[in-house]
Every structure is written in C-alpha cells, then in structure tokens.
Design a binder for this molecule. Structure first.
Ligand code: RIB
Length: 337
C-alpha cells in the first residue's frame, strides 16, 4: 500500500483513504466514527494505516452531516475577565474532553448583538449544543433560535421555554450571606449589586430583602456595581462619601468585592473592624486578596457538569436546576483573625 506523490500533496479525503486501504468510503466512516456498523479489526487497522500515510484528518463538518453529531459544544462566554467564568468553563472543558467532546468558545462581551452573532456562527458550525450565560434579560431570550440545537442557559433562575437552565440558587445563597453579616451584629449593611437596575426581578436582590425581612434591622442601600472591579470600587467610594456610611458590605460578585477592597484600603478603612465584607462567587482571587474574603462559594464544577449532561441528554434533564452554595468564612467578615 503506497501513497502516490499527488495524494501526499493535497489534503487527503475519505475517498483517498478508501482507495489506498482497498475498502469502501463507508468503511472509512465507520472506523473514524466508531460505527454505526462494526468493522473487522484487521480492516480497521488497514484503514488507520492508510489514513496515517496520507495524513488524513476527518472533516468534522462532514462528520456532523453524516452522523448528526460534530462532538463539539459551542460556548458563549459573556466576560473573559471574570475568574468565576474561567472556573466554570475550565470544569466544562474537562468534562467535555473526558467524554470525547471538543469545546468551541466565543465571547459576547455582554453585548446582545454580538451574542446573537456568536450563536449564529456556532449553529453554522454544526455544534451539538450551545451553552450560554446570556447578556439578555429572561424576557428577551425568546429571540434566541432555540430550535436549532439544544440550548443550555447558565445563571438563569427562571425556566426558558424550549431550553434547559442551570444556575446557582441565588436567592437562598444571598439570603444566607446577608444573614451571616446580620449574625455578626452589623446593623447598616450595604449591597453592591451587579444588576441593581433590574430591581426586584433579580434573585440576588430578592435574597437581600428576604434576609432583612426576618429581622428588625432596616434595609441598607443597594448600589449598582455592574459585576466589575471598577463598579465595586466606584460604588464603595460613593458609600464612603454618603451620609450613611455602612458598617458592612455585601458584594454580589468577587469582582465587585476586589474593587471595594481597593477603595477601602485607599481610604484607610480597616476591614473588618470598620467595615466588614462578604462576597459572592468564591473565585481563587477571594482567597488571595487581603484580607481574604468571606464568600458564598458557587459550585463551579457542579454547574459545569450539570450543563454538560444537559447538553448531552436534554430529553432526560429537568428544565431548571438550582445548585447550592457553601459559606466559606475568612477574615473579611470578622470570623477569622
Ligand atoms: O455575571 C457575573 C456574575 O454572575 C459572576 O461574577 C457570577 O456571580 C455569575 O453568577
């Protein structure tokens, strides 16, 4: 079995491999797709040797057309700078690779138009499913072409018709975080909120009110911080300059808390003696900040694995899965010295 010089120069096709191995093109497909028909071991070996000689690489788009699966998941990432998403996507990539799936990541930069464009690109590439933390409110998701392939929405706490949703139970988690601060005896707690403009429909803000409802302590201010470091920094300076300086801050993402730490250090505010902080996410940054942040730890691995299973087997997946968090006490709330 000798590959001709012409066959070596241009990109080899399935037909070239079939010719060199002396089998049909269908048999070549069965070997590279592991079925649907069995192939005798020595024939499969012959096909693999021919493929190696010709430097043949199976065409994934052609494979998608013939098998109905590209073994690829499309993932739309909202914010490449947020370590929380890195943690989830790293676990997702691991789960996918373990099961023979490739991952194709695209960034939406939290822009609804870019998000729709990235979704179209992924559909054109015949991905098996799309996993997305959407930049759009739940009410706008009807515009997402959910019939093209299975869609899995992350951080969506309300069911989305025709799709699967996996999210942390934000309301329960935030309520627990705020109750932790109240339990320390703080009486004027401010919230840095990524989505304050979304008001009461945001589950994190609902958790904030829920925790206060159970006490006599008046509800403190909710300040918008945009899920960014800069947002946390600006919002904290505004709180320090206000007439009602808080004695504790709950930040609803680690990025905001990191910004808050900087603002407090710049103003020589001691943490937790003057102002305590509890944050949300539990990224690696929360362990290495000073002081280390007390956090509600989201379970990035569980979120990733549930999303992967939902992508693989949407028929047997509940429409909405809410994941628990864990409170990790460190220095910033006053638990550890
Ligand atoms: O979208 C930003 C935030 O939502 C992240 O920091 C994380 O909390 C996610 O759930």
């Amino acid at each position: 079995m000798e590959a001709s010089s012409t066959e070596k120069k241009r990109r080899a096709t399935r037909a070239d491999v079939a010719r060199l191995a002396g089998v049909s093109t269908a048999v070549v497909s069965y070997v590279f797709n592991n079925g649907p028909r069995p192939v005798a071991a020595d024939t499969a070996q012959q096909v693999r040797e021919a493929a190696e000689k010709l430097h043949y690489r199976p065409n994934s788009v052609a494979r998608a057309l013939s098998t109905g699966s590209s073994k690829t998941l499309g993932i739309v990432v909202p914010d490449l700078s947020n370590p929380f998403f890195s943690g989830v996507y790293s676990a997702l990539e691991t789960a996918a690779a373990r099961n023979g799936y490739s991952t194709l990541f695209m960034a939406s930069h939290q822009n609804p138009e870019k998000e729709m464009d990235r979704i179209s690109q992924l559909i054109a590439r015949e991905v098996d499913a799309i996993i997305i933390a959407s930049a759009q409110p739940t009410s706008a998701l009807a515009g997402v072409p959910r019939k093209e392939c299975p869609f899995i929405f992350m951080d969506q706490t309300q069911p989305v018709p025709g799709a699967k949703c996996v999210s942390t139970d934000f309301q329960a988690a935030v309520s627990l975080a705020v109750r932790h601060l109240l339990g320390h005896g703080y009486t004027n707690i401010a919230m840095l909120s990524g989505k304050a403009d979304d008001g009461l429909s945001d589950k994190r803000i609902q958790g904030w009110y829920q925790a206060h409802k159970e006490t006599e302590i008046p509800v403190g201010p909710v300040v918008q911080a945009h899920f960014t470091r800069q947002g946390g920094y600006d919002a904290t300076l505004a709180l320090l300059d206000s007439d009602h300086r808080p004695d504790a801050i709950f930040a609803d993402s680690d990025l905001e808390a990191i910004g808050a730490l900087r603002a407090l250090h710049e103003r020589h505010v001691r943490i937790p003696e003057d102002i305590a902080i509890v944050s949300f996410d539990g990224t690696v940054d929360s362990q290495f900040s000073w002081p280390a942040l007390t956090v509600m730890q989201q379970d990035a691995t569980a979120i990733a694995e549930r999303m992967f299973q939902a992508a693989l087997d949407p028929q047997n997946t509940p429409d909405l899965q809410l994941i628990d968090t864990t409170l990790v006490p460190r220095q910033s709330c006053g638990c550890l010295k």
